[in-house]
Design a binder for this molecule. Structure first.
Ligand SMILES: Nc1ncnc2c1ncn2[C@@H]1O[C@H](COP(=O)(O)OP(=O)(O)OP(=O)(O)O)[C@@H](O)[C@H]1O
Length: 237
């Protein structure tokens, strides 16, 4: 069974070359960002996550919301295994698909077809799995003969179509997203929306950050609000 369990997760970012002198207190009283600390001997750090407890099970579609700098992307990266918690415990059971930056790792000198393999491998698919999906991904992208051309010859919208078609072809137990994905021109957007929904509803667990109340209400079964790296318990539903 897919499952995410976290206890008192903290993430500190060390800041190199940061000024050691604090600005006046009234300037520091801001509504955004993690807590900046200047401990002697430790240098300057930003505590982006501060004691996060999580218990996410199959069937949960969890929305992460909160101000800029409240820790949403950091939490997604911790769940994706990009960052290790500085403190606390995290157990992620299941195959994780991270759609945090769908065009990362794209080789612009390689063809669309070659990029399907490259991206597929990065997403954790085997070569055989990618071969099985090749036809479907190519046809969904509607890139026609361009699929055999180097990606550097694509427009930015064409690159996103390709990246989106690959990213949404995966099968995973846990899906991580930074905002609802929507790409392409008016015609493509409609079918991209259907494809996103199909992916989200067939994946046992979704964790998605979003600033859109409508998307969170529409897609998620519960919402976690982060505030300065902590869970705002009063806002959970
Ligand atoms: N690479 C980094 N180095 C240092 N500090 C960082 C880094 N990435 C994020 N932070 C800090 O961590 C805190 C949380 O940032 P994070 O990107 O997780 O917030 P967010 O909720 O995703 O924000 P947004 O809504 O703007 O995307 C902020 O205070 C930010 O300044």
């Amino acid at each position: 069974m897919a499952h995410i369990k976290g206890e008192k997760i903290c993430v500190d970012y060390p800041i190199f070359n940061a000024p050691h002198r604090s600005l006046k207190k009234n300037l520091l009283r801001v509504a955004t960002g993690g807590r900046i600390s200047r401990e002697t001997g430790k240098g300057v750090t930003v505590r982006a996550l501060d004691g996060i407890d999580l218990d996410i099970r199959e069937g949960d579609r969890v929305g992460l919301t909160g101000h800029n700098g409240s820790g949403k992307s950091t939490l997604l990266r911790v769940l994706a295994g990009v960052y290790e918690p500085t403190e606390g415990f995290l157990d992620v059971q299941g195959r994780v698909a991270s759609l945090l930056d769908i065009s990362i790792g794209m080789d612009f000198e390689a063809s669309g077809l070659e990029n399907i393999f490259l991206r597929g491998l990065l997403l954790g698919l085997s070569k055989t799995e990618i071969e099985k999906k090749l036809e479907e991904i190519t046809s969904f992208s509607e890139l026609g003969e361009y699929i055999e051309m180097p990606v550097r010859t694509y427009s930015s919208g064409m690159v996103m179509r390709l990246a989106f078609s690959i990213a949404t072809s995966i099968e995973a137990d846990i899906l991580l997203m930074d905002e609802w994905l929507s790409v392409g021109d008016a015609d493509f957007v409609k079918k991209a929306e259907d494809r996103m929904r199909s992916l989200v509803y067939r994946t046992p667990i979704l964790v998605m950050a979003s600033h859109s109340k409508e998307i969170l209400q529409d897609v998620c079964t519960r919402v976690i609000r982060l505030e300065g790296g902590k869970i705002d318990c009063s806002s959970q539903n």
